[in-house]
Design a binder for this molecule. Structure first.
Ligand SMILES: [Zn+2]
Length: 287
């Protein structure tokens, strides 16, 4: 009996502290998150913002980067805390030099690329020059690194290896949590890189999936989808693109998990907003 009474008192005090500190109601204090899948035609550009901080993942082709800049300017963005170039292809990093020149930039994250694979394309050289003019060094994506953007928590899940024959597989990938909601971004990572993510044990059930490689059948493998089980999917691709993206098989496989599939070629820019509990979706054009 003597031992039970102190235990009860500790429990009561513990409950009182928990209750006074807000109990389970902490979600109401969370800074909202918005995720903008910006329509850049055949390419990718995603802007994540919470609590006044922001991350831009890719910027589309050089010509389409102008519309990303006007979109962000309209939002009042002047500083971007993190700029991520998922991999050196022009539909992801074509106008990255313009982004670097136009905004106050915190950190630039790119994948570690084998020396012999360092691109010598003009847009990439312009990007490197823009960074050095601004005194920005490039940070290589480090597997497992955690990054906070306001109240959103991101973790780098790819690339897992250091040497790929296909540049798509270098894509920097993230899982992001915001309260109860989760998102995954895998750039153009193909099945080989998806399998590495599976083997590394970093995948989990996810709410919102940005379909890998513009909905190509080289990505969104069944094994991958069976783990992430998306409730929503976003496909970033251009109307009438010559690659046939998204692939019918990908749409069919995604449809096994969700009928909430948003295509930028049909609905334009798609915005997800999270308050930590509920997710709301806004489309630029009605389906
Ligand atoms: Zn691409």
């Amino acid at each position: 009996m003597k031992k039970i009474i102190p235990a009860v008192i500790i429990l009561i005090i513990g409950f009182a502290v928990w209750y006074l500190s807000g109990g389970t109601g902490t979600e109401t204090d969370i800074e909202k998150l918005s995720v903008h899948y910006i329509d850049v035609g055949q390419g990718d550009s995603i802007y994540i913002t919470s609590g006044g901080e922001g991350m831009l993942i890719d910027c589309g082709e050089s010509g389409d980067t102008d519309s990303v800049i006007s979109y962000l300017d309209n939002m009042g963005v002047t500083k971007i805390n993190y700029v991520v170039g998922t991999h050196p292809h022009s539909d992801h990093m074509g106008g990255m030099s313009k982004i670097i020149e136009h905004y106050d930039i915190g950190e630039v994250i790119v994948p570690h690329i084998h020396d012999s694979d360092t691109p010598t394309t003009k847009y990439y050289e312009k990007f490197l020059t823009a960074c050095s003019v601004k005194g920005l060094s490039l940070t290589e994506a480090e597997l497992g690194r955690k990054i906070e953007v306001g109240d959103a928590e991101l973790k780098i899940i790819a690339p897992v290896s250091e040497d790929y024959s296909n540049a798509n597989n270098y894509s920097v990938g993230f899982i992001m949590h915001h309260g109860d909601n989760s998102f995954i971004f895998t750039g153009d990572a193909e099945e080989l890189a998806e399998n590495e993510m599976i083997e590394s044990g970093s995948l989990e059930d996810i709410d919102v999936y940005k379909a890998g490689h513009h909905g190509s059948d080289t990505s969104s493998s069944e094994d991958f989808l069976n783990i992430i089980k998306p409730d929503y999917a976003v496909i970033s691709c251009g109307e009438g693109n010559s690659y046939g993206h998204p692939n019918d098989i990908t749409i069919e496989n995604l449809s096994k998990f969700t009928d909430k599939i948003y295509r930028t070629d049909i609905v334009g820019t798609v915005v997800f907003t999270s308050d930590g509990k509920e997710l709301t979706v806004t489309e630029e054009k009605a389906q």
